[in-house]
Design a protein around this ligand. Structure first.
Ligand SMILES: CCCCC/C=C\C/C=C\C=C\CC(=O)SCCNC(=O)CCNC(=O)[C@H](O)C(C)(C)COP(=O)(O)OP(=O)(O)OC[C@H]1O[C@@H](n2cnc3c(N)ncnc32)[C@H](O)[C@@H]1OP(=O)(O)O
Length: 313
């Protein structure tokens, strides 16, 4: 599926889309439905109106510059931006609201707390929880990822600190990654928790750093320091931690010189097969995650991992 890129029919649809001029975006969204409107109603909203404002839970802070159309989305879930249901729902809702905002052209995803971009999934949500809880939790991961990976916007990760596991998943879903120089780590360390990265996450890793390096990184659950991540292509640029945001804004401004329509259609042409595959296999993916995560041996590994985290102090 991944290699077929886009079918003949879809190519014709896209060509027609380009040809019809004024109605182009309406056609474009019909061809590439990024989100479900009914789903939008179920989640807290965050309106991008040029001021600093927050979602009802304050775990996501958004500031949109009306002149440039650049929105900065800051994760604000101390101490380490672990991805619990509240943060994931707020992020998804925020991505979807910005997507709907016709004046928004780019989003920069970063952390309100420098030194940790995100510690990945909230491990406590995976420990000693019911299968239903774990299944609902995983659906939130999928939905957040679908909204970000399938976004028409320019998406840039300003990785101002550690970025393990699902933190890296967020970074990989963006179009470009700028990471803080220094002793910060990034990677998909799932195997260290006895977890297996799902097909769509594995595929994005392969797409970004190539098959051999991705295969190795995933098997050993590698966490790379930022200079090694740059060398592998896991991130695109490094900057001193205090400059990550500014460098991201400069980079976005370069990307804004490219016409939105051609850029977004090109992006979707390469991402649509994977988006479609996850949408098609969503329930199967949830069941696998639920069954694997609640397995006794995996629960034991998670318990040990939690103990190791606590013992660090
Ligand atoms: C076919 C099978 C399908 C199965 C599919 C399964 C998975 C697939 C896909 C994705 C899966 C992703 C899995 C994950 O994301 S699991 C999370 C992995 N994350 C990590 O390994 C990072 C752990 N954290 C750290 O290494 C450090 O905290 C960090 C370097 C990020 C920051 O260090 P710092 O020194 O600043 O902070 P700490 O003192 O370590 O932490 C403060 C506080 O926060 C708690 N904590 C840290 N990380 C998490 C977390 N991920 N979840 C919950 N809680 C976390 C930590 O325990 C401290 O708590 P306390 O002691 O102050 O109470």
């Amino acid at each position: 599926v991944r290699n077929s890129l886009i079918s003949g029919n879809e190519t014709i649809k896209m060509a027609l889309t380009i040809a019809v001029g004024g109605r182009v975006w309406r056609k474009f969204f019909k061809t590439f439905p990024f989100r479900s409107n009914s789903a939008l109603k179920r989640f807290p909203t965050c309106r991008a109106n040029g001021r600093l404002y927050s979602t009802s839970s304050d775990v996501v802070l958004v500031r949109k510059d009306e002149e440039s159309g650049i929105a900065t989305v800051r994760m604000n879930n101390p101490p380490v931006n672990s991805l619990n249901p509240t943060l994931m729902v707020a992020l998804r809702s925020c991505f979807e609201e910005l997507e709907k905002d016709k004046t928004c052209r780019a989003l920069i995803l970063t952390s309100q707390k420098p030194k940790v971009f995100s510690a990945g999934l909230d491990i406590l949500q995976l420990y000693q929880k019911s299968p239903d809880h774990v299944a609902q939790f995983w659906e939130k991961v999928q939905d957040m990822w679908l909204a970000l990976y399938g976004s028409r916007l320019i998406t840039m990760a300003a990785i101002n600190g550690h970025c393990p596991a699902a933190g890296c998943l967020l970074g990989l879903a963006c179009d470009y990654r700028i990471m803080a120089e220094g002793n910060f780590r990034i990677g998909l360390n799932e195997t260290q928790l006895d977890l297996v990265a799902p097909f769509w996450l594995r595929q994005t890793m392969i797409d970004v750093i190539g098959y051999r390096q991705a295969e190795m990184a995933l098997m050993i659950g590698a966490l790379y320091p930022s200079d090694k991540a740059l060398q592998l292509g896991l991130v695109d640029k490094l900057a001193p931690i205090e400059d990550v945001q500014t460098v991201a804004e400069e980079e976005v401004k370069n990307w804004l010189k490219i016409p939105d329509q051609a850029r977004a259609i090109t992006k979707m042409a390469s991402r649509k097969p994977l988006l479609d595959e996850l949408r098609r296999r969503k329930q199967e993916d949830i069941q696998t995650f639920r069954d694997e995560t609640t397995r006794e041996s995996v629960q034991k590994s998670i318990q040990q991992y939690l103990e190791k985290l606590k013992a660090k102090k």
